[in-house]
Design a protein around this ligand. Sequence first.
Ligand code: PLP
Length: 638
Amino acid sequence: MDKPPSQNWTITQAEKNYNLDGWGLGYFSINDKGHLCMNPSGRGGPTIDIMDIVDDIREKALGFPCVVRFQDVLRARVAAINQLFNKAIEEHNYQGKYFGVYPIKVNQMREVVEEILDAGLPHHHGLEAGSKAELATVLGIINDTESLVVCNGYKDEEYLRLAMLGRKLGIQVIVVIEQFQELERLLRIAAEMEIDPVIGIRAKLTAKGTGKWEDSGGDFAKFGLTIPEIIKVVQILKEQSKTHILKLFHFHVGSQLTDIRAVKEAITEATRVYGKLAKMGFDIQYLDVGGGLGVDYDGSRTTADSSINYNMNEYASDVVYNIQQICMDEGVKQPNIVSESGRALVAHHSCIIMDVFGNIEYGTENGHLKSSNGDIAKEWQDMMENLKTENALETYHDAVAKKQEALDMFRLGYLELEDRAITENYFWRTCKAVINLVGKMEKVPKEIKKLQESLVDHYYANFSLFQSAPDHWAIKQVFPLMPLHRLNEIPTRRTQIADLTCDSDGKVEKFIDRSKLRDNLFLHQYDGRPYYIGMFLMGAYQDIMGDMHNLFGRVNEIHVFCDDEDPEDFYIEEVIKGDSVSDVISRMQYAGSDLLKKVKGGVERRVREGVIKPKEGVNLVEFYQQILQGYTYLKSQS
Ligand code: PLP
């Protein structure tokens, strides 16, 4: 049972309550003003007060919701994975090198990919493409001819020709054969284009991942070659004297691998296959362990779906060590190691800031209600006066029965609307009084636990879950959510967060906690003044999978860098305006200009008819035009 936060509230308690250390990897802290801060190079380094960023967004009249990208964090994550793999290679005296490739499907934003390439340049960090469009992007953006470009996904003739174009440009393009037919197609196209291809093969391993994406691996996985198909590839390459083109062996058992054991199992199986191929005389240079390095979204460091029971350091060390052990056992060369880690590189760098614009508290008095029947209020008051810890469950049962009785009477026409309203108000007040006794109960009855979980305030936040956190809606992925300020005050309200869409699924109902998930989040009493909350670890997959439910479009975005001169200052390098109403409707085949013409025509007709005054008509048309050009989200009143 989750308890309300304690009375002796401190900033340390706030950090604990929102489990900052669990999910934040040291990138977040709370300052003396009770504001959330970002520390792009971990604790002890430069600190940016996120409320200063909020002030800047307001000054620029940009509007919320707004995605904030901390580009320094992105760079730090790229540096970290390369440093940790290199450290593991050195510690184990491993004979190969590490080559990271970033799968752009995880976040294809140009500024994200460019930053990764720039930060990864000293390590020749390359890119992975999973489609024609992604490969076209990658070939146009990569500069370093020593970095790898790994081509995954299903490939038609055009995709393969594009890959060969990349080789003609001198880029290290490796085409991973995912389907048997791709091999013959590629060999034909490469011969036509007079270039030697470099290929990899993706194996369908028996080993499976763990967590929500475990079906990406195993016998029934969608991608990869079975062992009999791999043998056929071997035969074809031998028959055509092309054994030299097979340079990479690849597997991917799923994203967000929650259990390090799954990583070890997959590596063991894959390295055995690599070893056998090496012994057949194939000079394979790269063993590609795919993606899967997870993110501890809830900070529990467990095998729960939203967590991982390991960290990046352990992952790198286990990958290197386990490949080495099997290679030594098989007596084969230790290959260069490639990983296609995406989520773990980009999740931490971005968050979405939104403002709360309203709330509902159950059981609050709304207006003075006059009863036509004085007994109703009296009966409820008596019940509440007699409420004690010992009879809490009984009182709750009586309240439920009384509310039902009132509803039955209302249906039969014996109860006035105001009396029904009084009944509902007293019912919720009684429920709240029952819940207030929970702290004194030795054992909390199941029904009261359930009541406590469901009796939460709804806070309305200015964002669309479908646009900004589609994984929460689709696969119940949790993301850390917390206030950006007032963290030196006790958050007393147990809440759930509703978004702007008119869809009942547009709600955040699962939140992180220190060990397991919870159904509500403690926030501060909303009093109508600006109240800002943030959703964190949003950088992976969320940006590119969002949809336009209710025509809420892409959100405003700013890219923040630390100021090298001042450790407490920052600068906004880029502001990317979100979609306007005109932008989103044009994607649905409406032309803003046509709509404007129609509305203008309508206004002119009403002016001619004398219903609208000419001056008012001009203002109405201007207003409509302004709406078309404006942001799709709520305009803050403050
Ligand atoms: N490589 C391949 C082939 C993938 O399908 C994926 C995503 O599922 C990735 C890499 C990236 O995985 P992650 O984001 O878990 O690192």
